[in-house]
Design a protein around this ligand. Sequence first.
Ligand SMILES: NC(=O)c1ccc[n+]([C@@H]2O[C@H](COP(=O)([O-])OP(=O)(O)OC[C@H]3O[C@@H](n4cnc5c(N)ncnc54)[C@H](OP(=O)(O)O)[C@@H]3O)[C@@H](O)[C@H]2O)c1
Length: 284
Amino acid sequence: MQCKTVFITGANSGIGKASSMALAKMGARVLMHARDEAKGNSAREEIIKESCNKDIDLFICDLADLEDVKRMTEKIKLKYPQLDVLLNNAGIMTRDRQETVQGFEYQFGVNHLSHFLLTQLLIDMIRKSPSGRIINVSSAAHFVGKIHFDDINLKNSYSNFRAYSQAKLANVLFTNALCHRLQVEGITSNSLHPGVVASRFAHARDPKKSNLFIKWAGNFMLSPEKGAETSVYLASSPEVEDRSGQYYKKMKPVSSSKTSYNLDSVQKLWDLSLEMTGLEKSFI
Ligand SMILES: NC(=O)c1ccc[n+]([C@@H]2O[C@H](COP(=O)([O-])OP(=O)(O)OC[C@H]3O[C@@H](n4cnc5c(N)ncnc54)[C@H](OP(=O)(O)O)[C@@H]3O)[C@@H](O)[C@H]2O)c1
């Protein structure tokens, strides 16, 4: 990964941090994203120390605010000319219904819309790479997901899992849309399920469960390092240089849900995402 520049969202914790560490150890320039500067800096320092790679930068942005996403992309573009890998990793599951700054259902906003906008605004940097890769961290939860086009913000029917599985299905549909649009340019786009990973995410899933229960359940979960393996594989392996539009699990392409291949849904979500992010036109 020498001479490659990678941008990773949610890089201060869990799978994102483990992916940053692994890619830094391979010699990549890693541009980390975090929403909290102190947490981001602490992760960055740890990665520099352990990887002996000093080419690690940090960008701060709250993905629940699309204006903040725009500000961050301007800063990235000012400092760096090219991006080889965009790893859209950040994700959250909130128990109660919340809204983003622009008034969208929080999980759809953070897990999908922010990454849709980020990818749109960084695509020119990815086009400068001889073999750009876009990777979207989804989840097996997408199998039970449905895009509620008639109530996308789930105002009438919220449950945390309905919102999470909708957003994670959006990650796979977005991946397939990117594949159709970018394949002729040699830019690939794949999504993945990282496994069930003992990250902070486990706490967020059900905050009513005690720390002791989480600790016990953690015995059956993957470590963040193991959970990062598929992301790191898709970001770095020559084996997948030409592979696009696939959904990976344990570093192997597997079928995603039937809905995720529905071209009407792919297009409908694309149009809706353009409208919700306020973009006048698509750059992709
Ligand atoms: N863990 C699992 O079992 C599992 C299973 C399937 C899929 N996934 C997916 O894997 C990805 C990584 O999750 P993880 O397990 O590593 O969880 P994690 O440790 O909680 O990391 C999530 C990252 O996303 C960031 N993030 C959340 N909301 C944000 C916001 N509004 N603005 C900016 N950043 C925000 C977090 O920042 P803070 O530190 O500031 O909160 C953190 O850096 C997610 O997309 C998740 O859906 C996880």
